[in-house]
Design a protein around this ligand. Structure first.
Ligand SMILES: Cc1cc2nc3c(=O)[nH]c(=O)nc-3n(C[C@H](O)[C@H](O)[C@H](O)COP(=O)(O)OP(=O)(O)OC[C@H]3O[C@@H](n4cnc5c(N)ncnc54)[C@H](O)[C@@H]3O)c2cc1C
Length: 437
């Protein structure tokens, strides 16, 4: 029989032995009666900076019939199960086609390949190897490839990011996804960390391994191939046209992500229904990582991994929150169109750079967009991205937070030197962001 023991609090210097001692004690059983055990989750409780603890959940296998304590933190363990995938019984004429090799398209292709459907995965950007070189070239020279950049290419929009594997939802498929990552080379610790993170470096290796397995199982992966048209017959998909070929298909998965502006436009022109949606926009804020460590962990800072934070508030009816905080990371150029500025946070597995950064964003919605056109939100994004380019004279506009609060433009920076890959222009956020942001 397996039981779960939650909320096991240990001093941060304690080892695994202490965890099993405390788990057995909490469950009211003798440690000697535990047949096997492993950690299920690990997090840090830093609410009291004078007494920071690791908090564990552990899975204990004990002989059937052993009585354990009736306690809110001790439960019989139920293996998380994902619902069986329903396989159709009509033979497909053509191989399924998946557009986009971000997490959505990659996992769709992986599962289809495992079930023997030999999918065709189409990606307008390059492979990780080619893409990494193109992104570096962009960061070094400002020369952008509009089809292969931080947003487009193998691995999708999160590839040059922090590699955070967290989500706000609770679903047995989350565990499934993490297991696949481990199978394809991610460190095993992601299975127990409350905030799993693999960094852009480990993420790229994992994505390449997934791609190679899709190919090994009979799938085809086409890079530098953009779906440019889709044809329907009697309300069903009949074929797609890429820059290279016409591909017949009756099952088409659109895993396009948030930034496929040209493709949204093409689909709209074909009569695919679309509605406006709200989003959040804002800035990246940077601080010294040491300051965040000190603020979160006090005197324990040197013994713990780089700290993160999460803030949220509501101002004038709008959500304002931090997002994608990157401890020990760097702010990178992430534009997908020329003459625009888009920033993103990125970190490596080690998270050991001097600055921490986070997105600080404000919710916006259809009422803020320039028209009622379904793609007016895209137009709104583009206006902000172009305004930032102009305000920074081609570099990212940046302002000290102190100056922002005092309502004056920044002339020179203080001790925090912006890490942005292509350089910043000191100035005022007022020059590119609407007052409400
Ligand atoms: C800069 C950035 C950083 C992020 N960091 C994180 C993070 O650390 N952790 C996290 O959980 N989430 C992060 N996110 C969010 C996460 O990346 C997205 O939620 C996720 O990528 C969405 O996955 P997706 O597969 O739906 O789309 P995407 O990842 O956007 O992938 C879509 C793919 O489709 C391709 N494509 C589009 N149109 C076509 C076409 N016509 N033909 C062929 N190919 C096409 C694109 O090139 C792209 O590669 C980040 C997002 C961004 C933009």
């Amino acid at each position: 029989m397996k039981i779960c023991v939650h909320n096991i609090k240990c001093d941060i210097d304690n080892t695994g032995d202490r965890v099993i001692d405390l788990a057995a004690k909490k469950a009211g059983i003798s440690k000697d009666s535990v047949l096997t055990w492993r950690l299920l989750k690990k997090s840090i409780d830093a609410r009291d900076k004078t007494d920071i603890k690791f908090v564990y959940s552990a899975l204990l296998e004990i002989p059937r019939g052993i009585r354990f304590k009736n306690h809110k933190d001790v439960k019989v363990y139920l293996e998380p199960t994902v619902s069986e995938l329903q396989i159709g019984n009509v033979k497909l004429q053509d191989r399924p086609v998946i557009i986009g090799s971000g997490p959505c398209g990659l996992f769709a292709s992986l599962l289809l390949a495992r079930y023997g459907f030999c999918p065709i995965l189409i990606e307008k950007g390059g492979s990780i190897e080619e893409r990494t070189a193109k992104v570096k070239h962009y960061w070094d020279t400002d020369e952008l490839d509009e089809n292969c950049n931080v947003q487009f290419g193998e691995g999708g929009a999160g590839t040059f990011s922090d590699g955070k594997l967290t989500t706000g939802i609770t679903d047995p498929w989350c565990d499934f996804v993490l297991k696949q990552f481990v199978q394809y080379g991610a460190p095993e610790e992601i299975m127990i960390d409350a905030k799993p993170h693999i960094g852009t470096d480990r993420l790229r290796e994992t994505v390449v391994n997934i791609r190679n397995d899709i190919i090994r199982m009979g799938g085809t992966v086409l890079f530098n191939t953009q779906m440019q048209d889709v044809s329907f017959h009697n309300g069903s998909v009949q074929k797609i046209t890429t820059n290279d070929a016409v591909i017949p298909c009756e099952v088409l998965v659109l895993a396009l992500g948030h930034s496929a502006r040209e493709t949204f436009q093409m689909l709209l022109s074909k009569g695919v229904p679309m509605i406006q949606k709200p989003m959040s926009v804002g800035v990246r804020v940077e601080h010294h990582q040491s300051m965040i460590n000190e603020a979160r962990y006090g005197s324990f800072a040197s013994k713990l991994p780089p700290a993160d934070y999460k803030l949220s508030s509501k101002v004038n009816g709008r959500g304002v929150y931090s997002f994608c905080m990157c401890p020990g990371g760097v702010v990178v150029g992430a534009a997908s169109e020329k003459n625009t500025i888009v920033t993103n946070g990125m970190s490596y597995y080690a998270r050991d750079l001097k600055n921490a950064n986070a997105a600080l964003v404000v919710s916006v919605g259809p009422a803020d967009y320039p028209s009622e056109h379904p793609l007016a939100g895209v137009e709104y994004q583009r206006m902000l991205e172009q305004a930032a380019f102009i305000a920074g004279s081609g570099k990212a506009p940046a302002q000290r937070i102190k100056d922002f609060f005092e309502g004056k433009p920044t002339c020179r920076f203080g001790s925090v030197i912006p890490s942005y890959t292509q350089g910043v222009t000191p100035g005022s956020m007022e020059d590119c962001l609407p007052e409400y942001i």
